[in-house]
Design a protein around this ligand. Structure first.
Ligand SMILES: [Zn+2]
Length: 281
């Protein structure tokens, strides 16, 4: 394991097996669907094309012991999260002269609640500015590998790095400003701003990848780039049997996501990630 030797973050809130899942949903209700769509703006991956056919686990109030696989996944996530804490603390200190306050990462199983709405397998991982927490069901990594064509440890780590990057944007005041602007816009314009937010998160994930270069193995960067490609809006829409419609994109095309992740990785500086200062990101 690439991150196996790393320290574990203490900023993990583990709700798996604790029965804190909140009201169970046995199928996605209209209300939950709205929550999914709202949350979509904060997710690393827009999974709305995949809504059908996803199972909901975790009965309400259920208490159970974690499986060995779940325990191992939890340790691994906390190790990756630990690397993001070290990287961003150093970057904030050196590039901004500021202190980095890391986010909490909520591990859940099946369904849980957040100020941004219910989190479930249908929402995918996301960052909620309401409580400054990342929500992650590690089952998503299987979806990423099997359904989305992005296998590999580094693809999963990239997803965590992308969500942490949204917190970095929040710390910098970028996320709040961008979302406030989006609220005043017509949908196509709001989507265009959303794309700039998401591409910046991809670029910052690239900066993280450059910072942990010593932990990576041959082929890792290519695997991360493949993940960025597989979760581009055009690829996801095609995978869902649709013709890509660029004005509906909220996260950017595959080409854009690859380009910005690569930019962050190759340049290795936060200031290379100014997706708002360029005419066509
Ligand atoms: Zn995102």
């Amino acid at each position: 394991m690439r991150f196996g030797g790393q320290r574990q973050s203490r900023n993990v809130e583990d709700r798996r097996g604790s029965g804190r899942g909140g009201p169970g949903i046995g199928g996605i209700s209209g209300l939950a669907l709205l929550a999914v769509l709202a949350i979509g703006y904060f997710t690393g991956i827009d999974v709305t094309p995949l809504l059908q056919g996803l199972e909901q686990g975790g009965a309400p109030g259920e208490r159970r012991a974690l499986t060995p696989d779940e325990q191992q996944a939890g340790v691994w996530v906390s190790q990756v999260l630990g690397t993001t804490e070290d990287v961003w603390a150093e970057r904030f200190r050196n590039e901004l002269g500021a202190r980095y306050a890391p986010p909490v990462l909520v591990l859940y199983s099946g369904v849980t609640q957040s100020p941004c709405g219910n989190a479930s397998g249908a929402t995918g991982p996301f960052y909620c500015p309401g409580d400054r927490k990342i929500y992650l069901d590690t089952e998503f990594f299987a979806t990423l590998s099997r359904q989305l064509g992005a296998p590999g440890e580094i693809a999963a780590a990239y997803v965590i790095a992308h969500e942490v990057a949204h917190h970095v944007q929040d710390e910098l005041g970028i996320l709040g400003k961008a979302n406030a602007a989006r609220a005043r816009m017509v949908p196509a314009e709001a989507n265009a701003v959303s794309v700039r937010i998401e591409l910046q998160a991809d670029c910052l994930a690239g900066v993280w990848a450059e910072s942990v270069n010593a932990l990576l193995k041959p082929g890792d960067v290519e695997q991360a780039i493949n993940a960025a490609r597989q979760i581009g809006d055009d690829t996801l829409q095609r995978r869902a049997g649709k013709v890509p419609r660029p004005h509906t994109f909220s996260h950017g095309s595959s080409a854009q996501r690859v380009r910005w992740f690569t930019t962050g990785y190759e340049q290795g500086r936060m200031e290379a990630c100014d997706t708002f200062g360029t005419h066509r990101p």
